[in-house]
Design a protein around this ligand. Structure first.
Ligand SMILES: *Cc1c(COP(=O)(O)O)cnc(C)c1O
Length: 215
């Protein structure tokens, strides 16, 4: 089943769009099913679970960390993550920079833009992101933006969120011209088709690949 889901989604995705298979709450056997279907990029959102899974799985997996990250958990995540998609505070960003300096490592990150109506959702304002990009973080490589649209069945609301983050990405590109700031990570199981229309370069899909999660 996982295999069929991967193949079906991959067929619909343009080849240049990266599929992150979000495997949180799912066991390694299911991850291996996706791996055996050719999937190599996986996303996890809880540091402990992430650190437990990584050593059990093939080394050529590209891991994206996509969840809220507390600064006291960096050592569980940063040594193994190819990208942290969910940088959502200056406190966290400073900590990632400091960790990189101490460990002589540069971390690829996306900055999370607060999208949608939910106040509970994390992320920066546009002004905060512009402030960050104007500063120097020698051990951080800014690779683009991440956003989660409003959780609603109303496509027009979701599309408005995606249009806003896409327009903001364009403004940043025009203003800062950062080499490597190429990624727009938008789109999950229920809205990735809409995200493609707004220039998604990364989609993060869990449920449509692995089925529902048992929290
Ligand atoms: C869980 C999660 C996803 C995947 O959600 P699905 O609806 O299961 O596809 C994507 N992005 C983030 C940040 C997540 O936490």
């Amino acid at each position: 089943m996982v295999r069929d889901n991967i193949i079906r989604i991959r067929k619909e995705l343009p080849p240049e769009v990266k599929l992150v298979a979000v495997s949180k709450f799912h066991p390694c056997e299911q991850i291996m099913e996706a791996y055996d279907a050719g999937q190599r990029v996986f996303g996890e959102n809880r540091p402990q679970e992430f650190a437990a899974k990584v050593p059990l799985l093939p080394e050529d997996i590209e891991w994206h960390f996509i969840g809220h990250l507390q600064t006291n958990k960096l050592r569980l995540v940063l040594p193994y993550a190819s990208m942290v998609e969910s940088i959502d505070s200056c406190h966290l960003l400073d900590a990632v920079e400091n960790w990189g300096e101490l460990n002589d490592r540069t971390t690829d990150v996306l900055l999370e833009l607060h999208l949608g109506a939910e106040e509970t959702k994390g992320g920066f304002t546009e002004a905060e992101i512009e402030g960050i990009l104007a500063r120097e973080y020698p051990h951080v490589r800014f690779r683009g933006l991440m956003g989660m649209a409003t959780n609603t069945d109303d496509d027009s609301v979701v599309e408005a969120d995606f249009a806003r983050i896409a327009a903001f990405k364009q403004r940043i590109d025009d203003r800062f011209r950062l080499p490597g700031f190429t990624e727009l990570s938008i789109g999950m199981s229920h809205d990735w088709h809409l995200a493609l229309r707004h220039g998604a370069t990364i989609v993060r899909i869990g449920t449509s690949i692995f089925g529902p999660r048992n929290y």
